[in-house]
Design a protein around this ligand. Structure first.
Ligand code: ADP
Ligand code: MG
Length: 358
């Protein structure tokens, strides 16, 4: 369906600097594939999607869609835009139109669909994304998750052959990520061809037929989710997919700022969609610092979250110890029964008590 050959994009900035973001991108995409594009930020994932539908005209290379090179002179971009829908991080709805008008506008104006048919189809699409009851409201009254579902319905109204999603959940409150991902999952199960730039690693693993890891201006590694997430060939891919997010505090004395820790833990949990763990994490930190590890200072406290496996843990690390600082008593046994597991292990410089929350 799509064939990308030696695609490149160089930006010439007003200050004279030159930045080559896409160096040499090559791939073939078949009908029905669901491809997640992952990679560090700034590696050109958005630029690739924008180059694909000519929002950001590429500097070189070829893009073939259904046997036609859309970069050739004389190719009608409207034709490509009908075939390739796009959903943006920031929704980009028309704020002065109702939800229904947002969906029917382009089909009626540009594609000369009858008002009547456009309406019927739009209502079916709203039903599909669970928003039939919102047809006549304006976008400003919708939540972010609802706006994004409208944006998806609007893209579908063009009967596209492929939809490009650029981080569709990044601008959302964590509580709304799920509703948008489940609409995308549904489209995937219906065989919709999609390219999805996402930071949601577990979603990417579950929903995709293929993963592109972008790095250094190219598709650095391309494979099935199993290959990319479990057996990556290249070391940069491996480092990226096994990335662990960390929050670290040095606890020097008992005068540490526990309010700061509380705020930090709270923000970390919101950011990584772990809000349900916030209270447990904070109360275990207090219990450990003031009871089980009372007086054991200095100590390094870490909250870690492995994005792919989902493992979330609290580490209490003390330098210079050769055995566990954790006492053997009933209170500790009670703690053990409330968490997934507790691992006590020596490190190169001391000892670590790792409390695995999930
Ligand atoms: P990603 O989506 O992977 O985070 P982007 O494609 O947004 O990365 O950006 C890649 C690089 O290109 C960044 O360094 C960004 O600053 C630069 N860039 C993106 N768009 C433009 C533009 N219109 N003009 C100049 N530089 C740009
Ligand atoms: Mg981006």
């Amino acid at each position: 369906m799509i064939s990308i050959k030696h695609l490149s994009k160089t930006f010439h900035n007003p200050d004279g600097s030159v930045l080559t973001v896409l160096k040499d991108v090559n791939c073939d995409i078949e009908k029905g594939e669901v491809i997640s594009i992952i990679g560090p930020s700034g590696t050109g994932k958005s630029t690739l999607l924008r180059a694909l539908n000519m929002l950001e005209p590429p500097t070189g290379g070829e893009i073939w869609l259904d046997g036609e090179n859309i970069m050739s002179k004389g190719y009608k971009l409207d034709k490509m835009r009908q075939k390739m829908g796009m959903v943006f991080q920031s929704f980009n709805l028309f704020e002065h139109m109702t939800v229904l008008q947002n969906i029917t506008y382009v089909p009626v104006q540009l594609h000369k669909m009858s008002e009547e048919q456009a309406r019927t189809e739009a209502m079916d699409l709203l039903q599909k994304v669970g928003l039939a009851q919102k047809a006549d409201v304006y976008p400003e009254s919708l939540s972010g998750g609802q706006k994004q579902r409208v944006a998806i319905a609007r893209a579908l109204a063009m009967h596209p052959e492929v939809i490009l999603f650029d981080e569709p959940t990044s601008a959302l409150d964590p509580t709304m990520v799920g509703e948008v991902l489940s609409v995308i999952r549904k489209l995937a199960s219906e065989g919709m061809t999609m390219l999805i730039v996402t930071h949601e690693m577990r979603f990417a693993r579950d929903v995709s037929t293929r993963i592109f890891f972008m790095n250094e201006g190219i598709i650095y590694e391309d494979g099935s989710p199993k290959q990319i997430f479990e057996h990556p060939v290249r070391s940069a891919t491996k480092a990226f997919v096994n990335r662990i997010q960390k929050l670290v505090y040095e606890i020097d004395s008992d005068q540490f700022d526990y309010l700061q820790i509380h705020t930090g833990v709270n923000q970390f949990c919101i950011k990584y969609n772990l809000a349900d763990l916030t209270d447990a994490a904070y109360s275990i930190i207090k219990e450990m610092l003031f009871e089980h590890l009372k007086g054991i200072r200095p100590m390094t406290l870490r909250l870690t979250h492995a994005e792919l496996s989902g493992e979330t843990a609290l580490d209490f690390m003390v330098e210079g110890l050769t055995q566990s600082p954790l006492p053997r008593n009933e209170a500790v046994e009670s703690l053990r029964s409330r968490v997934k597991s507790i691992v006590e292990e020596p490190t190169t410089r001391g000892f670590r008590v790792k409390i695995i929350l999930r």
